[in-house]
Design a protein around this ligand. Structure first.
Ligand SMILES: Nc1ncnc2c1ncn2[C@@H]1O[C@H](COP(=O)(O)OP(=O)(O)OP(=O)(O)O)[C@@H](O)[C@H]1O
Ligand SMILES: [Mg+2]
Length: 228
């Protein structure tokens, strides 16, 4: 049965003369893993930033988990992001000199949890991502694939409703990429987390339930059916 967690309607966004989004309608079902593909510069990151409330579209609306993000102030949107959204990027979001545990615990500390509770949760998520024995290492001394697993643990530790991933394995070789994606998909399926995954790579998109293609700021291309 359809149970949308994101409903985006009529999204447009320009940067000066550049029309990055030219009227996008998109629904993401709860628990779905959606791949967003398309050429460089087509508007994928802009779309995801609108869906996640990082930026406001010029027109159109985004309802995420029952909240109309486009009706909120920037501060209110920031709060929604902290509480209900997780992000993973290609690289650069971890503090390289802190331990993996400290990196993953950080969003929980920001949400007001005790250090002890945050560390316990952080270690549990690192364990789920296959890094149980790396908790005291710093991402700066890890392989790229291990560091991305830490980033995924950090994005999921607050149990977000939606995980947005923008080329999360874009900096990895294909073997590490598959193993990191496999680990990510396993934990999101277990926890029922909805995922919106930007990728250039058809092999990565094959992990998704459905893919959409962004071209010149519009959705195009083949749509697999929505999962039952
Ligand atoms: N902050 C910004 N200021 C100016 N132009 C921007 C900004 N963000 C995006 N753009 C422009 O909007 C268009 C869409 O960019 P976007 O980053 O969404 O593309 P993308 O599909 O994510 O590309 P890539 O695959 O290279 O990451 C591009 O023409 C880009 O140059
Ligand atoms: Mg991008």
């Amino acid at each position: 049965m359809a149970d949308p967690i994101i409903t985006a309607t009529g999204l447009t966004k320009s940067f000066g003369p550049t029309q990055a989004l030219r009227g996008i309608d998109l629904t993401v079902e709860r628990g779905e893993v959606l791949a967003v593909m398309g050429p460089s510069g087509s508007g994928k990151s802009t779309l995801v930033h609108c869906l996640a409330g990082v930026i406001s579209p010029d027109s159109g609306s985004v309802v995420l988990d029952g909240t109309d993000l486009t009706a909120l102030s920037p501060d209110q949107r920031a709060k929604v992001r902290l509480q209900r959204i997780g992000f993973v990027f290609q690289f650069g979001q971890l503090l390289p000199d802190l331990t993996a545990t400290d990196n993953v615990a950080l969003p929980l500390l920001m949400a007001g949890r005790s250090r002890r509770a945050a560390n316990t949760q952080a270690i549990a998520w690192l364990d789920r991502l296959g890094l149980g024995d790396q908790a005291d290492k710093s991402p700066g001394s890890m392989s790229g694939g291990q560091a991305q697993r830490v980033a995924i643990a950090r994005a999921l530790v607050t149990r977000p409703a939606v995980l947005f991933a923008d080329e999360p394995t874009g900096s990895l070789d294909s073997v590490s990429s598959e193993s990191v994606l496999g680990a990510m998909l396993e934990v999101v399926r277990e926890s029922g987390t909805t995922v919106v995954l930007i990728t250039h790579d058809a092999r990565t998109a094959a992990y998704a339930d459905r893919e959409v293609i962004v071209r010149d700021g519009l959705l195009s291309g083949a749509y697999a059916s929505v999962p039952a």
